[in-house]
Design a protein around this ligand. Structure first.
Ligand code: GLY
Length: 554
């Protein structure tokens, strides 16, 4: 079959050298972890819709993918229903009421590690209330049923994958600082090996309460009580009142167009949607794509678009409920034209010469993404996170789940780099109740008003560029969705002024980029995309080969 396959593929009209996505006729689930994928497919087969499956996958990943899957964090769910309605559910963490602008600065004004590790790093988690909101408004299956796969995975256990075993071991330093995390995730130093069964009884009990009593348990019940108590005992900020007052915000998705395609994506407090729309606008009309995917010229134009957007991001993006975000200015065709014209064909613009736009008349790091399409034509694209891998590394006694360190997505000191080396401004300064700026960018591309591509990725600020790159790989470079996901990625975020390249760019290309003035820095891997393309009556599921992700459909 090995030698026959290329011939068969060519006969079927497909180039033999392409990577093949998973194809199905009716429904598709793409996630970062196989048990979660299976949980989603089981829900769909049992008559649940894409949102039901998204709820089940969200809880399952909280068990099987502890580095980012969570109930102690938050995220965004982008929904497109078969009837064309769209919704953006913001269940991101909010700053506790006791948070304050300079809370992460020491007496000499230097940022401390407290925004990244320990009890003070967490924002008020939103995942449980967000999934419940989605289930009640857009799902059709009973809540309890959606939690069942996660409860079973937690209480009966599941075989640890090679990647998870490696990941836990490599995070041992941080996790071992907190006794519950050390006991549960590191087995007190007897690290899990691939294939061993990981049972999480405390998490199983927490999930069982949430299944029985709803999100109310997490925000006002026993879970809330234990969490608030643990926070109080360890100098954390989150109180029972913070938990009780947590609300989900349903927002209108951001929309735009590119070369006749419509893009539906994330509004603030994500900086991702406006980023991909601005960058696509800058690219449109440059003719950059004629040079071909991976060419120095294509990388150059895309990098210059990235550099310019990230300068704007640093200055203007924040929680639009607290600060004015000049969305129409950032997406104004005249401004975009000005950005495009400022790109020199043969020379990198040093970041020191790139400044955020000035708009008058203001208008009113580990993360995971999964994408689901059901047989009725509904789509759910979810990116949710603890922020850093294993979040704050804190597991509260008796609860069994890790807490986020999302407070580091604020600008602990406006103008100075956070844990992603990202500079952020006043718009993203800490305020009680405010939502930290995010880069999470679930996105759905429509062709002739019908779904064509749905995707997202983790990766902190690299998310925005990863999503952009996969979109243009399909739309501009004509790749199939799996090739588009596999293709080597790159990232520029204005400051530091360096172009990060995954392996896969030839020394010739790198030399050409360096000649143009880029400081090239190699990186191992960027992002973990989960994408679905809708084409010719097929659903094509593309997990990311950089991970242990899977796609399954029927
Ligand atoms: N915590 C990563 C993000 O929201 O962008």
């Amino acid at each position: 079959m090995g030698r026959l396959l290329p011939l068969l593929l060519m006969a079927a009209g497909m180039p033999a050298w392409t990577a093949q996505p998973v194809r199905a006729r009716h429904a598709m689930v793409v996630t970062r972890e196989r048990h979660a994928t299976q949980a989603g497919v089981a829900v769909l087969r049992a008559g649940g819709n894409a949102v039901d499956a998204a709820v089940a996958v969200g809880f399952a990943l909280a068990v099987t993918h502890p580095t980012a899957g969570n109930i102690g964090g938050g995220g965004f769910m982008l929904v497109r229903l078969a009837d064309g309605r769209t919704a953006f559910i913001d269940f991101r963490e909010r700053a506790p009421k006791a948070a304050s602008r300079n809370m992460y600065l020491d007496s000499s004004g230097k940022p401390t590690e407290d925004s990244t590790i320990g009890y003070r790093a967490s924002g008020v988690p939103g995942t449980v209330r967000g999934l419940e909101y989605a289930s009640q408004k857009y799902g059709k299956k009973p809540w309890e049923e959606m939690l069942r796969p996660a409860m079973e995975l937690a209480s009966k256990g599941f075989p640890v994958s090679y990647g998870t075993a490696q990941s836990l071991r490599s995070s041992a330093r941080g996790l071992s600082r907190f006794p519950e995390s050390k006991r549960i995730f590191l087995r007190d130093g007897k690290y899990y090996e691939a294939g061993e069964t990981f049972v999480q009884p405390e998490l199983g009990r927490t999930l069982e309460r949430i299944a029985r009593l709803g999100a109310k348990d997490f925000y006002e019940g026993e879970t809330a009580r234990l969490l608030a108590q643990d926070m109080a005992e360890h100098g954390g900020l989150i109180t029972a009142a913070d938990l009780k007052s947590y609300t989900v915000k349903e927002r209108r998705p951001l929309t735009g167009s590119y070369r006749g395609y419509s893009i539906v994506t994330a509004p603030p407090p994500s900086s991702g949607g406006v980023g991909i729309l601005q960058m696509l606008g800058v690219l449109e009309g440059t003719g950059y794509e004629k040079a071909g995917a991976g060419s120095a010229t294509a990388v150059h134009y895309m990098t210059e678009a990235m550099r310019r957007y990230f300068a704007d991001r640093a200055e203007h993006l924040g929680d639009a409920d607290f600060v004015k975000v000049p969305l129409s200015g950032l997406l104004d065709p005249n401004y975009i034209l000005k950005l495009r014209k400022s790109i020199e064909a043969e020379r990198a613009t040093p970041s020191s010469q790139v400044h955020a736009g000035v708009f008058t008349g203001h208008e009113s790091a580990k993360t995971t993404h999964y994408t689901i399409a059901d047989a009725e034509g509904n789509i759910a694209a979810v990116t949710y996170t603890l922020n850093g891998g294993y979040g704050s590394k804190v597991t509260s006694a008796g609860l069994g789940f890790l807490l986020n360190n999302e407070m580091d997505d604020f600008a602990p000191k406006p103008g100075e780099a956070n844990m992603y080396g990202l500079i952020q401004g006043e718009a993203n300064a800490i305020q009680p109740g405010k939502t930290p700026l995010s880069s999470m960018t679930p996105a759905i591309v429509l062709r002739d008003g019908k779904p064509y591509l749905a995707l997202g990725s983790p990766g902190g600020p690299t998310i925005i560029n990863t999503v952009l790159e996969v979109i243009v790989n399909v739309l501009d470079f004509g790749m199939n969705v799996q090739d588009a996901v596999n293709w080597p990625r790159f990232h520029h975020q204005w400051m530091p002024d360096e172009l990060r390249l995954e392996p896969g760019y030839s020394p010739d290309t790198i030399a050409l980029l360096e000649k143009r003035g880029y400081t090239v820095k190699p990186v191992n891997a960027q992002g973990e995309v989960a994408a679905i393309r809708f084409i010719n009556g097929w659903l094509e599921g593309a997990p990311d080969p950089r991970t242990e992700g899977t796609a399954e459909g029927y």
